[in-house]
Design a protein around this ligand. Structure first.
Ligand code: 13P
Length: 251
């Protein structure tokens, strides 16, 4: 049985004070909630504060990005050991905004994924097609290439430590969610790709989140699909009530 996982990707939002207020509200409701794995991914500047606040709760901490090297002259970057020091257990990698605005390729995502795993961080590896690619009938090709490229060279054990997030680019921040059938179809495709790369048991065990305009109103239907194991939530994760409602929809 795959345990559902709902993660909030706060993106470039929340000062430290705002982050503390949001997490304190989440804690009041979710501190002892075990049915679903709950992760919050604040910006780097708020990690330390949020880390202290979620200590001894069932809310887990993630970051939104990291560099693949262990340390060195990479001005402005953050490495895995810095995240581990703050008790991060997850890191989002290859988000479409990183791919689109910061030139991240599958090869870069792959290096980061391996570096995260080597540091015992669980990578949340994002894949997803653009609207143009969907309209050109290229969903299967694009997703297959991204999954194979991002996870290349991982062992079965490592992929089992990872989470995949399917986030159609056209659904991110647009209010246009993929229908539950559209999302399910791609999640099943990702499991097929994983079966080819590893085996059917591994493919059935890896958790695959859906992301893209998940709201309290559509979460339950999405999360009830057989291959959808929770969500990666953007805008709705910035509002405590919305995020809590989405988490509870995953039960
Ligand atoms: P929205 O939920 O705002 O569409 O963002 C989704 C996302 O990109 C999560 O990583």
């Amino acid at each position: 049985m795959r345990k559902k996982i709902v993660a909030g990707n706060w993106k470039m939002n929340m000062t430290t004070a705002e982050a503390a207020a949001l997490v304190n509200t989440l804690k009041a409701d979710l501190a002892n909630f075990r049915e679903v794995e709950v992760v919050v991914c604040p910006p780097f500047t708020a990690l330390s504060t949020v880390s202290e606040l979620v200590h001894n709760t069932h809310i887990d901490l993630g970051a939104q990005n990291m560099h693949w090297e262990k340390n060195g002259a990479f001005t402005g970057e953050i490495c895995a050991s810095m995240l581990r020091e703050l008790y991060c257990h997850y890191v989002i990698l290859g988000h479409s905004e990183r791919r689109q605005y910061f030139g991240e390729t599958d090869a870069i995502v792959n290096r980061k994924t391996k570096a995260a795993l080597a540091a015992s961080l669980h990578p949340i590896v994002c894949v997803g097609e653009t609207l143009q690619e969907r309209e050109a009938g290229k969903v299967e090709e694009v997703i297959t290439t991204q999954v194979k490229g991002s996870l290349a060279g991982l062992s079965a054990k490592e992929v089992l430590e990872s989470v995949i997030a399917y986030e159609p680019v056209w659904a991110i921040g647009t209010g246009k969610t993929a229908t539950s059938d559209q999302a399910q179809e791609v999640h099943a495709l990702i499991r097929n790709v994983l079966t080819g790369m590893f085996d059917a048991t591994v493919a059935q065990s890896v958790r695959i989140q859906y992301g893209g305009s998940v709201k309290p109103a559509n979460a339950k239907e999405l999360f009830s699909m057989p291959d959808i194991d929770g969500g990666l939530i953007g805008g709705a994760a910035l509002d405590a009530k919305s995020f809590i409602d989405i988490v509870r929809a995953a039960v």
